[in-house]
Design a protein around this ligand. Structure first.
Ligand SMILES: Cc1cc2nc3c(=O)[nH]c(=O)nc-3n(C[C@H](O)[C@H](O)[C@H](O)COP(=O)(O)O)c2cc1C
Length: 345
């Protein structure tokens, strides 16, 4: 740890012990209060493996899996369902708006060789195509259907069921308080709240303050989510909201060790320095290799493009490099370019 970071650490209040870090969701005990937030097209098996390498206790989450796709037994669904033993505790997130279909989808997941630890229900996705079908955050406008989904999924499986939603649909429809109570009454074992409305999509700043006080009336674990990008922000978010845990999404891009660094900081008050560029490039290469192994080179090369800007963030004059990485169509060009950057430092 460098001198600067050490000084910052000493001026911050220290946690007494790890009393705040255990969370019980139904009969699943988590030894960490930090979880990976689900991200479609991101939190696949290779990505979760990268996170797990650093954090052995955090709750990991799959990408959103459409209940309709699960019903159709589509071939492209197989990859999204794959898991490895070391990933557990692992939550599978499903989406949809038909209670019976969601229940059947959840049951199907129970047939996996290694069944989920938890089923999470997506009630927060803001994407137009999703909400137009009545799924994702559209469910915040149809709370009765949302309740029926939770009850149906609870009846269908014998593992904990959680929900993830937003503050409301629009700023004039903020209903997370009533919604959270309804979810709890319907049997939800925990909930994650992305502190934005649907109409904000991902813009503006997540309003952690909005959910402060929620633990006065919600007894199941609550996770705060949105804009937690550093150990200090994680602590600040927990302090402001007073909730049980935090879910981290985009902050992990290019920083698969972030959840570990947060966990360490919450437990010890010590900051672990962010990785240098060589290390990040090493992670990027390992990520590519794992995606090639999962999807084959043809699919993995375009799939990986969204990740490069994060792995090479902070590289001076990175435009040309980024251009090469984004346009490359073969594995060797990408690895050579990454090696070139690594050697510059
Ligand atoms: C690319 C991308 C994909 C996402 N996919 C999902 C998803 O499948 N299910 C879900 O509940 N939320 C999804 N989210 C939302 C995140 O889980 C999280 O709520 C949001 O990004 C705010 O948290 P953050 O600031 O830590 O990223 C997605 C977000 C991004 C950026």
């Amino acid at each position: 740890m460098n001198q600067n970071l050490q000084q910052q650490t000493q001026s911050l209040p220290q946690l007494k012990d790890n009393e705040n870090s255990q969370i019980k969701i139904g009969d699943v005990t988590l030894k960490s209060c930090v979880m990976l937030a689900p991200m479609a097209g991101i939190t696949d098996l290779p990505y979760r493996q990268l996170i797990r390498r650093f954090s052995s206790n955090s709750l990991l989450t799959t990408e959103m899996i459409s209940s309709e796709m699960l019903m159709q037994n589509r071939k492209d669904g197989n990859k999204i369902l794959e898991n490895l033993e070391n990933e557990f505790p692992l939550s599978y997130q499903i989406s949809g708006h038909k209670p019976h279909m969601m229940a059947t989808a959840a049951k199907k997941l129970m047939d996996l060789e290694r069944k989920p630890s938890i089923i999470d229900i997506n009630m927060g996705c803001p994407v137009r195509k999703v909400v137009c079908g009545g799924d994702g955050s559209a469910l915040m406008r149809t709370p009765q259907i949302a309740c029926d989904i939770v009850k149906a999924v609870k009846d269908a499986v014998d593992i904990p069921v959680t929900v993830k939603f937003r503050l409301g649909y629009t700023v004039s429809e903020i209903n997370f308080k009533e919604f959270a109570s309804l979810m709890q009454e319907s049997g939800a074992d925990a909930m994650t709240i992305h502190c934005r409305t649907r109409s904000q999509m991902y813009s503006g700043v997540a309003d952690w303050q909005a959910i402060a006080g929620i633990k006065k009336y919600i007894s199941v674990p609550v996770y705060a989510n949105g804009d937690i990008t550093s150990p200090q922000k994680a602590k600040e978010c927990l302090e402001i909201t007073g909730v049980d845990g935090i879910a981290i999404g985009r902050g992990t891009l290019g920083s698969p060790d972030l959840i570990h660094r947060i966990e360490h900081y919450l437990l010890t008050g010590e900051l672990i320095e962010e990785a240098d560029i060589q290390t990040k490039i090493k992670w990027a290469k390992e990520h590519i290799d794992a995606e090639v192994a999962l999807r084959g080179e043809k699919n993995a090369i375009p799939f990986m493009r969204k990740f490069y800007p994060y792995y090479i963030k902070g590289v001076q004059n990175a435009a040309a490099t980024r251009g090469t990485l984004m346009s490359a169509t073969d594995y060797k060009t990408i690895i050579d370019e990454l090696d070139k950057i690594s050697q510059m430092f």
